[in-house]
Design a protein around this ligand. Sequence first.
Ligand code: GZL
Length: 325
Amino acid sequence: MNKTLSTAAAAIALVTAATACGGGGGEGQGGGDDAIVLGFSQVGAESGWRTANTESIKNAAKDAGIELKFSDAQQQQENQIQAIRSFIQQGVDVIAFSPVVESGWDTVLAEAKSAGIPVVLTDRAVETDQKDVYETFLGSDFVEEGRKAGQWLVEEYADSEEDVNIVELQGTTGSAPAIDRKEGFTEIISEHDNFEITASQDGDFTRSGGQEVMQAFLSSDDDIDVLYAHNDDMALGAIESIESAGLEPGEDITIISIDGIKDAFQAMADGKINLVVECNPLIGPQLMDLVGKVHAGEEVEERITVEEGVYTQDEAEEELPDRKY
Ligand code: GZL
């Protein structure tokens, strides 16, 4: 009986939530009667980067007078596809999304195209053979981020002939940042015989994932020189496991991370992370500008990248007060 009741209660809650959120699992906000209506499907809330990205998008929509229907997919592709279909049914003016993984979008992108609703990709790219199923891609060059991480490492160990054993905390399997950050990093270190990735595993871009996977690395390998983490949240989780193992993060194990959230800069200032490669989440204003142009039928560039830096420990303290996410 309890199970039935709880199932019914859950169903009612789900319908209520959907209705309250303006239908279709998206939360509505902003805009007037003639406002552009933008449906946005977000990956989830898995990391500090993602939270900052969401805040930038919501604030920018409000500032631009764009009515935003926002959906959080909790890192599940089927939730994103469902949200996009809901946006199509609601007849939004533009759809934008950050695809959690690269593949599996052909059908829903074709549906948006048939409905005459332009699509803008942000943050992560998709793999598709279809032509003209999205207007533009706004986001970082993840391969270059991986190269920057590799370049710093080979320069850091330039005078050493010793073997450099690297463990890699990969982002979500199949996602553009995980695939491309691995590609860029490997491209650089593979030019040097003494650098080797001895273990590599998916930590799903979360702190808990980083902590669990690093614990497994440490329990099976006592000769780790470097951790290359595809994002700060996994690096910060890994630091907890490294310290629990009685080792000094940033000293016993050199740590390289990507994103540039405040907590990572603090860890760098504390000597626990050695390098942070920036990946800028604050693309809200650029996205709203693009949405306006796409809605007006204006030509937009096929690919728009964002400017990003690389920060070492000696810059962390000074940079911290200026960090915006
Ligand atoms: C990168 C973004 C990644 C971040 C992670 O643009 O897709 O997803 O690096 C986030 O922190 O989870």
